[in-house]
Design a protein around this ligand. Structure first.
Ligand code: TYM
Length: 337
């Protein structure tokens, strides 16, 4: 069977970008025949950028409820919390010891933080913790622990996937002795939604504060957020280029090709931006309302979510425990049988 795996960092409220870039393709993949799916809450990753315990706990609940509301079947999928599988940080340490520092120096997220500091005339590494620096190694451990073949993610994760492959290859080469301990994972990207734009046209991201929340805030939050989408100054009656508009790109990510073609035509015919926003809002509401209902009832029942995660952790550890033992043997920490 093909193994499909993906995770979401529990440091914020799930938004349309998380859904279109990762959750929706992951759930579709989990329904394919001959697929074993592993979806998880990356709560250790959350500590890198969030030191508010309540935010992390709340986000964990929101993200778990989002996966379930979006149709994840916990009977079929191994659905767990990263921190319930202690073999993952253990593997992360062993992988840390085969990873060249130079590889981490090249990571986009780390480099972007350094560049920001330099631009502000601060010390390059000011405010950067070691978690941020070695973030891609923990992510490699997430993926390699379950020998995932396919990892559905948005474009911002491609470099992390390349690093996971690099680290897997190094380990196999150094300790394999002819055996391939780790499978080299492939990225699964849907080019159409690999970078869903946010309100201001940049990538939708909690760090840019430009997100449209999936469910939080109820039915009111959707039109409110959409009213803040930045558009050009073309008046009603003037022709608009759909493909130059991030409002349209958001619509397209949630529409059939026919629906998108129709909207493109209406914009070209001079539909005003106010009406375009109303159209986007009502379209998204028709898709998200039934899921939001599930989400709200799950959020009211955190005990049920906890039970699901505990059962998922047990399934995950059934694989992780014996595999980690083999890895310990491979590196000489335990004697082989
Ligand atoms: P995170 O939590 O930032 O985002 C979760 C997923 O959502 C995707 N995404 C987007 N896709 C399209 N357009 C956007 N605007 C957009 N914003 C976010 C991300 O690409 C991601 O797929 N490091 C990961 C979490 C992680 C992980 C893993 C993923 C930890 N371990 C192992 C896969 C496999 C992250 O912080 O994603």
């Amino acid at each position: 069977n093909v193994r499909v795996l993906t995770g979401i960092t529990t440091s914020g409220t799930p938004h349309l970008g998380n859904y279109a870039g990762a959750i929706r393709p992951a759930i579709l993949a989990s329904r394919e025949p001959d697929v074993d799916a592993f979806f998880f809450l990356a709560d250790y990753h959350a500590l890198i950028k969030c030191d508010d315990p309540q935010r992390v706990a709340r986000s964990r609940l929101e993200i778990a409820a989002t996966w379930l509301a979006a149709g994840l079947d916990p009977e079929k999928v191994t659905f767990y919390r990263q921190s319930d599988v202690p073999e993952i940080p253990e593997l992360s340490w062993i992988l840390t010891c085969v990873t060249p520092k130079g590889l981490m120096n090249r990571a986009h997220a780390y480099k972007a933080s350094v560049d920001q500091n330099v631009a502000k005339n601060e010390e390059p590494d000011d405010g950067i913790n070691m978690g941020l620096f070695s973030y891609p190694i923990l992510m490699a451990a997430d993926i390699l622990m379950f020998n995932a073949n396919r990892v559905p993610v948005g474009r911002d994760q491609i470099q992390h996937l390349e690093m996971a492959r690099d680290i897997a290859q190094r380990f196999n080469h150094q300790y394999g002795g002819g055996r391939e301990y780790f499978v080299l994972p492939d990225v699964q990207i849907d080019e159409e939604v690999a970078t869903l734009p946010g309100l201001d046209g940049r990538k939708m991201s909690k760090s840019y504060n430009n997100t449209i929340p999936l469910f939080e805030g109820g039915a009111k939050a959707l039109p409110q957020a959409i009213s803040r989408i930045v558009t050009d100054s073309r008046a009603p009656g003037e022709a608009k280029d759909a493909d130059a508009s991030h409002l349209f790109l958001i619509y397209k990510a949630f529409a059939s090709p026919q629906e998108a073609a129709e909207f493109r035509g209406e914009l070209a015919d001079g539909m005003g931006w106010g009406d375009a926003k109303k159209k986007l809002a009502s379209h998204l509401e028709s898709i998200l309302a039934p899921l939001r209902e599930q989400y709200v009832s799950l959020m009211d029942n955190p005990d049920r979510i906890e039970d699901v995660l505990q059962a998922g952790a047990a399934k995950a550890r059934k694989l992780a425990t014996p595999f980690m033992q083999q890895i310990r043997e491979a590196v000489g920490l335990r004697n082989g049988a």
